[in-house]
Write a protein that binds this ligand. Structure first.
Ligand code: GZL
Length: 301
């Protein structure tokens, strides 16, 4: 009594801010940087959010530690993009036991925990792989393909591979290796592949950054990227679209990272107990070499 009770919702933010713990998986690519910028631009105090943002440098143990810290802090909502699909059962159960709702962002999880998250927002990775595969099948029918894969076990890698391989046919894929979604590791994997698969004439890179690394390796080997060895990638960050315009990439499937506003909307609805869809697919486009400089310059990221 006496009017000194705690405010009704015991959030850790100011009087009416929703406190959000956000575990971002890393800063490995242009896509991730753009995604983080969008999250930080949208999850703001003026939008009613008190954001606790933690970068995990692509290490699952760092994400699990961050998630446990969020539980200890008693945040109102947890949002995270899981670096790989598995290994989350224990911490997801702890979050559930702490009665903190989860908004899953971008990457996907594979867990035995019942109802581990309220809603997921991200791209249709399998469709991105399918779209890339359909372009290859239609435009490079004799392709001998090297597949430069993202972080092994991540939802983006698993689903892009599944969609792409189903369209092009496994018999047309001469080899696969992971470049962990980074430019440096993509270059290294490509250097090895050029030795191992001399008859390769097309690379399918699961993201632009690894494709940009592949350009360096192909050029160092005295071959012409986009001609001797064609390159198909996914993301559509500005550097990737510039490589496309410059004729070094041949086809780029977009994966839009700018959805911070949709994350805020989901967090508010979840916090207020309103209905949210189980998943929200972020819409993607695709680009070929007819892209114009104006289009590239107009891109947000
Ligand atoms: C896709 C995202 C992927 C990007 C990569 O939504 O998870 O992770 O394609 C990034 O650039 O590393």
């Amino acid at each position: 009594g006496g009017g000194d009770e705690k405010p009704a919702d015991d959030n850790k933010g100011g009087d009416d801010l929703i406190s959000v713990g956000f575990s971002q998986l890393g800063a490995e690519s242009g896509w991730r940087t753009a995604n983080t910028e969008s999250v930080k631009a949208s999850l703001t105090e003026e939008n009613g959010i008190e954001l606790n943002f933690v970068d995990a440098q692509q290490k699952q143990e760092n994400q699990i530690k961050a998630l446990r810290d969020f539980i200890d802090q008693g945040v109102d909502v947890i949002a995270f993009s899981p670096v790989v699909e598995t290994g989350w059962d224990e911490v997801l159960q702890e979050i559930k036991d702490a009665d903190i709702p989860v908004v899953l962002v971008d990457r996907t999880v594979d867990t035995t925990v019942e109802d581990p998250y309220v809603t997921w927002i991200g791209a249709d990775f399998k469709q991105e792989g399918t779209t890339a595969g359909e372009w290859v099948k239609a435009n490079v029918p004799d392709a001998k393909i090297f597949e430069l894969q993202g972080t092994l076990g991540s939802g983006a890698q698993v689903d892009r591979e599944e969609g792409f391989d189903a369209v092009v046919g496994a018999e047309n894929i001469v080899g696969k290796a992971s470049g962990n979604f980074t430019r440096a590791e993509g270059k290294a994997a490509m250097e090895a592949a050029l030795q191992a698969y001399p008859d390769m004439n097309l690379v399918f890179a699961h993201n632009d950054d690894m494709g940009l690394g592949a350009i360096e390796a192909i050029t160092d080997a005295g071959k012409v990227p986009g001609k001797d060895i064609k390159i198909v990638t996914i993301d559509g960050v500005r550097d990737g679209l510039q490589a496309l315009k410059d004729g070094k990439f041949n086809y780029v499937v977009e994966c839009n990272p700018v959805f911070g506003d949709q994350i805020v909307d989901a967090i508010k609805k979840v916090h207020n107990g309103e209905d949210v869809p189980k998943e929200t697919i972020v819409v993607d486009k695709a680009f070929d070499q007819t892209i114009t400089q104006e289009e590239i310059d107009a891109r947000l990221y």
